[in-house]
Design a protein around this ligand. Structure first.
Ligand code: FES
Length: 173
């Protein structure tokens, strides 16, 4: 190997390193702007104290910009949800698989048809033919487990990731 060849290798390698650094610098502003802002990050997980929600009451919290319905279900609602045969369901899923604790139903309050927010959170709201939630946009009826039972929505209301961090507090996300 002559001296000239060695020098050329060195130059090639140096050039390679420089362009990699250039690419990284050019990418940085994009990556940085894709990071969620700090206030959005704070909402990536949401802690909710459930202790003040009485049986039969619901609250709505916002998680990642979406409404999350939390319902303290009555014994009747739980029984109704669990009595349904799987072949009656559009999107078959056992109630047991949709809750961590039977009395607490936690789900994303966004209709799986075209994304309206179903009614049923307030005592005065219509709850549809199955006693859960009703989406007035095109008439989707959800049961007391938030499963779609009638109307155009194809899927049950989604269950977000969450866990109980003590008996009456959950962390969503
Ligand atoms: S968006 Fe709910 S029924 Fe169409």
């Amino acid at each position: 190997m002559g001296e000239g060849e060695t020098r050329r290798d060195f130059l090639l390698i140096t050039t390679g390193v420089l362009s990699a650094a250039g690419a990284a610098l050019a990418l940085w502003p994009f990556i940085d702007s894709m990071n969620p802002a700090k206030d959005t990050l704070a909402l990536a997980t949401t802690g909710v104290d459930l202790s003040a929600i009485e049986e039969g009451q619901s609250i709505t919290v916002v998680w990642r910009g979406k409404p999350v319905f939390i319902r303290h279900r009555t014994a009747t609602e739980i029984e109704e949800a669990r009595a349904v045969a799987m072949d009656q369901l559009v999107d078959p899923q056992a109630d047991e698989d949709r809750v961590e604790k039977p009395e607490w139903l936690v789900m994303v309050g966004v209709c799986t048809h075209l994304g309206c927010i179903p009614l049923g959170q307030k005592p005065s709201d219509p709850k549809g033919d199955f006693g859960g939630w009703f989406c007035p946009c095109h008439g989707s009826h959800y049961d007391t487990s938030g499963r779609i039972r009638k109307g155009p929505a194809p899927k049950n209301l989604a269950i977000p990731p969450y866990e109980f961090i003590d008996d009456t507090t959950i962390r969503i996300g």
